[in-house]
Design a binder for this molecule. Structure first.
Ligand code: PMV
Length: 338
């Protein structure tokens, strides 16, 4: 241990990928085949407190009002083992975590969850990690978590090294880079809970989808195009490329054996409605994307937001439409809240 066993809190937000991470070249180290690009969101957050306590005989995990067991508990314990190995001590921990949004709802609770856990556990262990080292650590919990440590628009470089030292996220543009850009999150009714973890599902895609190899060739081109669109604040180009990427992600999922279908009919209605709105105007005024879940993120501009939000909210099966924007990165909570 680099200091006395202690406690710390950390807050992190979910992110939505504009270019998806899907497929790993090293499962133990969580090294992806392709780089990815995301937006960290405001308003939604996970807060996590970690206390290393020599009196504990095992790790304890409290999530909201529940005490998860099985897979979710194992994932937290394995993550704490990584932190203990880095800090060179064996003390067990109490982990308390809360989301201000529904857990496992497809709003990327694993990204904010492991980013917040990485921050809190490393601070509580007395480790003073650089942002890069913290991103590499968070990646071991959940790939997308390595992006949630940073605010605004973030790139996770896949890297080429076998030891993963060059595989971490870094901020591209700060949250206020594009003030007119918003994300309408269409929350659909009856979104199913994930039955297969993303880390398992993506390896099924790598092994069985005949479309995966083509996708890997296309992704670097799309990342370059989206970076250019962000730099120039070119809304039409951003929306176009974001939808193209989402369609490519959905195609590799749907051609996986067994088929991966994350959408419900209401999600598909949102995609169709966005395409219709763009066709009516003859130019992309919005761009949809979704991760491995049924809710759909629709990027648009503040000029179009009110009308489009009303339109999406009136679709059958859409429960509500949240308005979020690029938000801040993870940060220390500096106090232990009981
Ligand atoms: O980080 P994981 O293991 O939850 O996988 C995330 C996969 C996607 O959300 C579908 C894509 C991404 O880049 O966030």
């Amino acid at each position: 241990m680099t200091g006395r066993p202690s406690e710390a809190g950390y807050e992190a937000a979910p992110n939505i990928a504009l270019v998806k991470y899907w497929g790993v070249r090293d499962e133990d180290l969580g090294l992806p085949y392709n780089s990815s690009l995301s937006v960290t969101l405001n308003h939604l957050r996970t807060r996590t407190w970690v206390k290393f306590d020599p009196k504990l005989t095992e790790d304890k995990f409290v999530l909201g009002r529940t005490e998860p067991t099985g897979g979710p508990l194992r994932a937290v314990v394995e993550f704490l083992d990584e932190v203990r190995a880095l800090a060179r001590f064996e003390t067990h921990a109490l982990v308390r975590s809360e989301n201000n949004f529904q857990t496992a709802s497809g709003l990327a609770s694993s990204a904010s969850g492991f980013a917040a856990l990485a921050g809190a556990a490393s601070l509580a262990a007395g480790l003073r990690l650089s942002p890069t080292a913290l991103s590499r650590l968070a990646r071991l919990g959940s790939g997308s978590a390595c992006r949630s440590l940073f605010g605004g628009f973030v790139e996770w470089r896949a890297g080429t090294r076998a030891d993963g030292r060059d595989c971490y996220a870094r901020p591209l543009f700060p949250p206020r880079h594009w003030p007119g850009l918003v994300d309408l999150v269409a929350i659909v009714k009856d979104a199913p809970e994930k039955t297969v973890r993303s880390s398992v599902a993506m390896q099924l895609t790598v092994a069985t989808s005949p479309e995966y190899a083509r996708r890997l060739k296309e992704v670097p081109v799309r990342i370059r195009a989206i970076k250019r669109a962000l730099a120039a604040r070119d809304a039409a180009a951003l929306f176009d490329r974001t939808m193209e990427e989402c369609d490519s992600f959905r195609l590799v999922c749907e051609t996986t054996t067994p088929k991966l279908d994350y959408l419900v009919p209401a999600s598909r209605r949102v995609l169709t409605e966005v395409r219709a709105a763009n066709d009516e105007r003859g130019t992309p005024i919005a761009g949809y994307t979704h991760d491995a879940g049924a809710h759909v993120h629709v990027f648009t501009t503040t000029t179009e937001m009110v009308r489009l939000r009303r339109r999406l909210a009136s679709l059958p099966g859409v429960e509500k439409v949240l308005v979020v924007s690029p938000g801040p990165g993870g940060h220390d909570l500096r106090r232990w809240v009981h």
